[in-house]
Write a protein that binds this ligand. Structure first.
Ligand SMILES: NC(=O)c1ccc[n+]([C@@H]2O[C@H](COP(=O)([O-])OP(=O)(O)OC[C@H]3O[C@@H](n4cnc5c(N)ncnc54)[C@H](O)[C@@H]3O)[C@@H](O)[C@H]2O)c1
Length: 338
């Protein structure tokens, strides 16, 4: 008998990279995909899965308690991997309310429905559901910002210090997940990942914006002085990390996932425009389109992950480094935008 796993937010960037990978790797699972299809969700991202009998898509809101309970009952859900979120920091500055609604209330609704479906009471599982796990996908942004000292890295014990409404909403959701583990004995795991890049990311994010605007001959906006540092991870390496933690992570634990590939935004735009200059030369360099714009409010200076726990305890290792991953990424967007 196949097991049904509920995946949320899979029409977005990371989820839509995860589903085909997971569907192919685990023939013993049925995947029930719940996504509200906000502006960030696109079913085109999941087209390759549509014909698969083990893939089911449901359009709906993670805040809709009735719907969530219906899905647990109807499909006998025995695991949750929760990607759904409002995820764009700039939007959270303009319109924080929806971030609290989806990221905090939505996570609570899912967790509480899972608890009631899988468990009789605190620390007592219904017999059939003893192996059921809730995996919450989160971000390194919950830890706040780092100094420029290269040895200063986010570990799983770094205190939370979220700075944007987005990261504060994700930090809150992490805390609610933790409380269900501590108070009710639910089997939860949390992964906090650094910035992802790769195919299927929404146009609004940095790397697709750089490629799209460069190809259109438009200015490429870079915030502030361009020296903000992020730790970039190829999306499929994140998916492999999630798979590993979901299946082998210790209950109640948090794992950081990061590529040890710190880059400033200027290095990112330089790498991409160098590839574009070689792949689709236009007479003058794409670098001439780079334009500095007013910095994002409260823009965190540096994020960098120490992934030692995931590497040493579970044996995870990124397959791509930034130089290999960015070439694959640009190739994918060239097909989309060119
Ligand atoms: N992108 C990154 O670099 C990154 C890094 C670390 C962690 N994360 C986390 O990974 C997860 C996925 O990120 P992403 O980049 O794929 O995001 P995304 O914005 O591309 O996709 C989010 C998806 O969630 C769906 N959604 C939004 N609100 C919903 C709701 N109320 N009910 C159901 N579905 C809803 C959207 O329609 C969309 O398909 C998020 O939890 C994010 O915080 C992202």
């Amino acid at each position: 008998m196949k097991k049904s796993i509920l995946l949320t937010g899979t029409a977005g960037f990371i989820g839509s990279n995860f589903v085909p990978y997971f569907l192919e790797k685990y023939p013993e699972y049925n995947l029930v995909n719940l996504d509200l299809l906000t502006y960030a969700g696109n079913l085109e991202n999941l087209k390759e899965c549509e014909g698969n009998a083990r893939y089911k898509f449901i359009k709906g809101d993670i805040c809709n308690r009735e719907l969530i309970e219906f899905i647990f009952n109807e499909y006998d859900i025995q695991g949750v991997i929760h990607f759904a979120a409002e995820s764009h920091v700039d939007n959270s500055i303009k319109n924080p309310g929806v971030f609290i609604q989806t990221n905090v209330n939505g996570t609570f609704t899912l967790l509480d429905a899972a608890y009631k479906y899988w468990m009789e009471k605190p620390f007592t599982w219904k017999p059939k559901y003893q192996d059921c796990r809730f995996h919450h996908i989160s971000t390194d942004e919950v830890y706040g910002t780092l100094s420029l000292d290269p040895s200063d890295l986010f570990t799983e014990s770094t205190p939370y210090a979220p700075n944007s409404p987005y990261s504060a909403s994700k930090a809150s959701s992490d805390m609610i997940v933790r409380s269900y583990q501590e108070t009710y004995g639910m089997d939860t795991v949390i992964t906090n990942c650094s910035n992802n890049y790769g195919p299927k990311q929404h146009d609004e994010k940095l790397i697709p914006t750089i490629i799209r605007r460069a190809l259109a001959g438009e200015s490429i906006p870079i915030y502030g002085d361009g020296k903000n540092i992020r730790d970039w991870l190829y999306v499929l390496d994140h998916c492999k990390g999630i798979d590993l933690v979901y299946h082998t992570g210790k209950t109640g634990e948090v794992y950081n996932i990061g590529g040890r590939n710190e880059r400033t935004n200027l290095q990112i735009v330089d790498a991409i425009t160098t590839i574009l200059d070689q792949r689709v030369p236009k007479g003058k360099s794409y670098k001439e389109l780079i334009t500095f714009v007013e910095d994002r409010a409260g823009h965190d200076r540096r994020y960098a992950i120490d992934a030692t726990k995931l590497e040493s305890e579970l044996g995870w290792k990124a397959d791509e480094n930034f130089d290999t991953g960015i070439v694959k990424t640009v190739e994918w967007y060239l097909k989309k935008y060119h």
